[in-house]
Design a protein around this ligand. Structure first.
Ligand code: 5AD
Ligand code: SF4
Length: 445
């Protein structure tokens, strides 16, 4: 009987894709996927450390395996991802959870096979976390689980050092993949039948900052969108300090590129933006939004916002609300500031009390939801193209997203997974839309 693996992923799209790479490695070793920790012979935690609650979540789930490991001593428990990459964290994990067998980081995930094999041959735990990034290892054997979307890394790491953010410490400096490797990967994904390509990087606009890519992000986007076939192109994340008209011109040129830009603003207050070391002002941000909408009037934006950053006054918070209203975001990811050890902001005085943070996040979420709901209502009666990505058993309906990331539900006689489907929207409920297929004749009984 074959051995089984189970991977538990926390965090962002970057991590989701890295779990796909880990799955590729484990399958190559002969392991098969299983859906629970109980059945697994190898359990991998792909952790995140961006906010304290992401860490606590992983801690809780790792701790819960103590009993299982006792019952099944042959089980291999491996912990990788961003958390192990934090300074001193492997020691903390070792103390807290002595039953962990393997620890590795974001910078050496390609070594998973070697590390697991080493563990199989020795009693001692295997801990290998690199301090410095190495040359990119090209990896095309990911076991993808997000069909019809495929994640494609264009770069790794981050050079920005926003004062609140731990990412540069756990993912190293920016390294760009060679454009030709990216284009070859996308071409083969399209040939395999993927219908949506999401180009991934912490700051895609600074692609090629190390000169290793061979072209700018705008040129890369142009090259990817020039590949033949019906598919969508998305990219994330853009940084407002580097987002530029060249990219928007490429968006204008290719209908394949979704008219949605994820442009994290973080705050609407210039004082806070400066303390965050974001290197733009709210004025520059708004000018970029105007430039985008001038060239592509239907363009939508999504964003990330942090409330309760050290020193944030009510006035600063209200500046964020004002900016949110002015931009009229399609949606926003909103976070309460979480101090991360080793970052500049963690040393800042003037922490904001929890009640104030909670009050601000609740007001902001309400504001963002009201904008999203208003946009949903405008959808009713419109015809939109959805890329079907799954089936909701509870609702008994297929679901998929339009180019702006809006979820649409519909009934279908035939299996619609991976198809572009045209829907007439008949109802909106919060962020979800409900539609009727208008691209296939309705079967009459
Ligand atoms: N506290 C709260 N939110 C954070 N983010 C990054 N670091 C922190 C932190 N320390 C948010 C930012 C970023 C998103 C991925 O996570 O908004 O854009
Ligand atoms: Fe992703 Fe950042 Fe979390 Fe790492 S720390 S998983 S890069 S969000």
């Amino acid at each position: 009987m074959s051995q089984k693996y189970h991977i538990i992923t926390y965090g962002c799209q970057m991590n989701l894709h890295e779990s796909e790479k880990m799955a590729g490695i484990l399958r190559h070793m002969g392991y098969e996927e299983c859906s629970s920790t109980q059945e697994a012979d190898v359990i991998v935690f792909n952790t995140c450390c961006i906010r304290e609650n992401a860490e606590n979540h992983a801690f809780g789930n790792i701790g819960a395996l103590k009993k299982l490991k006792k019952e099944k001593p042959g089980l291999i428990i491996a912990v990788g991802g961003c958390m192990t990459q934090e300074k001193g964290k492997t020691d903390v994990l070792k103390k807290k959870f002595p039953f962990i067998d393997v620890m590795f980081g974001t910078l050496n995930l390609e070594d998973l096979e070697t590390l697991i094999n080493r563990k199989r041959n020795q009693k001692k735990k295997v801990i290998e976390v690199l301090e410095k990034e190495r040359e990119i290892i090209e990896f095309t054997d990911a076991y993808r689980t997000s069909y019809p979307n495929a994640w494609v890394n264009i770069m790794y790491g981050c050079n920005n050092f926003c004062s609140y953010c731990i990412v540069p410490y756990v993912r190293g400096r920016e390294r760009s993949r060679k454009a030709e490797d990216i284009i070859t990967e996308v071409r083969s994904l399209i040939e395999e039948g993927y219908k949506e390509i999401t180009l991934l990087g912490q700051n895609v606009n600074s692609y090629n900052s190390d000169g290793k890519g061979g072209m700018t992000f705008a040129e890369l986007l142009d090259a990817v969108a020039s590949i033949d076939g019906k598919f969508r192109v998305r990219f994330m994340t853009s940084h407002p300090k580097d987002f530029n008209e060249d990219v928007v011109k490429v968006m204008e040129k290719h209908r394949k590129i979704c008219r949605l830009v994820h442009l994290p603003v973080q705050s609407g207050s210039d004082r806070i933006l400066q303390a965050m070391n974001r290197r733009y002002t709210s004025g520059k941000y708004l000018a970029e939004v105007e430039m985008l909408r001038k060239r592509i009037p239907e363009a939508e934006l999504t964003t990330d916002i942090i409330v309760g950053f050290p020193g944030e006054t009510e006035e600063d918070y209200l500046a964020t609300e004002a900016l949110v209203k002015q931009v009229d975001f399609a949606s926003a990811f909103t976070f309460v500031y979480s101090p991360r050890q080793g970052t500049k902001a963690a040393e800042m005085a003037d922490r904001i009390p929890e009640e104030i943070q909670k009050d601000r996040i609740m007001r902001l979420v309400e504001l963002v939801n009201s904008l999203t709901r208003k946009k949903s209502e405008k959808y009713v009666g419109k015809t939109v193209e959805i890329l079907c990505e799954g089936y909701d058993e509870k609702k008994g309906m297929y679901l998929g997203r339009d180019e702006f990331g809006r979820m649409g539900y519909f009934e279908s006689e035939s299996d619609a997974l991976g198809e572009f489907v045209t829907l007439k929207i008949v109802r909106a409920n919060g962020i979800s839309l409900y539609g009727e297929r208008v691209d296939v004749p309705i079967k009459e009984d």
